[in-house]
Design a protein around this ligand. Sequence first.
Ligand SMILES: Nc1ncnc2c1ncn2[C@@H]1O[C@H](COP(=O)(O)OP(=O)(O)OP(=O)(O)O)[C@@H](O)[C@H]1O
Length: 310
Amino acid sequence: MTVTDRPATDTRQVGQPVLEASGVTMRFGGLLAVNDVDLTVREGEIVGLIGPNGAGKTTFFNCLTGLYKPTGGVVRFAGTPRKPESAKRQVSEAEDAVAVQPLEALTPLPPKPRAVVRAGMARTFQNIRLFANMTALENVMVGRYCRTSSGALTSILRGPKFRKEEAATRERAQELLDFVGLGRSTEHLARNMPYGDQRRLEIARALATDPKLILLDEPTAGMNPLETKQASDLIFKIRDSGLSVVVIEHDMRFIFNLCDRVLCLVRGEALIEGTPAEVQSDPRVIEAYIGTGEDDEDEPQDTVTEEETR
Ligand SMILES: Nc1ncnc2c1ncn2[C@@H]1O[C@H](COP(=O)(O)OP(=O)(O)OP(=O)(O)O)[C@@H](O)[C@H]1O
């Protein structure tokens, strides 16, 4: 029996590339954390990033999202940093449906998280980073502010323009809470919400930036099986709404059921990239996780078993 329940032939069409990372390399002093890694993500795709602990997954994510400036390689994205929009455009459906540009239009991303977000890339983190003492709605509204145009003075004066923009921001935030299944938790303080809800709230906040691509770093870490299933359903729903998704996870069953393609990193290098069926049947992947027993005494071990990778 295999881990994936996906049909052997998936007839969904994927589109143009939205992200193209080539030769991405990241050194921390003498440590080569990511070495010459390529990744292309197309419109409508869910791509998984797996690998044992310390393989370089999060570092690669940080290079893609501008948190780190890679020491080598280039990250191109089908979008350029957009200036904040007017309140009217902010809620327009047309704006949500920003056309993904053809490959030629992929532009190198400036290594600045804010510019990367404005270009249309959003992410969540391995450790939950919510504003604990803010409500769910306020947390999502914060994510939305990168798309609003009110400056400090407008905000202080709270004039008609500010009020209109604030109302639109609030409305969009509520829509996103409904979308992720937290419509009834609007006024709950983030810190009082159940763990699985906090993870969904983080996703809602990331979606508030109007991304074309969302990157999720271990979205099911610490979740029970029901929460994991709900997370999987939510990611499919996000993909079906027109976004591309890249997801890091250690839960093999989750990854192989969810993803169109999977990239496996080992010691900073791409070991294999392919369909879930190709990756889960590759003996090198099993070996990378469970080790050969010869030289892995000091290697950190993941919890995956050979049974799980099959
Ligand atoms: N800021 C940093 N400075 C120095 N070394 C770092 C830094 N960030 C990560 N590393 C090292 O780079 C390597 C890759 O780490 P990274 O966190 O990217 O791996 P990972 O695959 O995400 O691991 P995990 O699954 O445990 O989260 C590790 O050896 C780690 O210790």
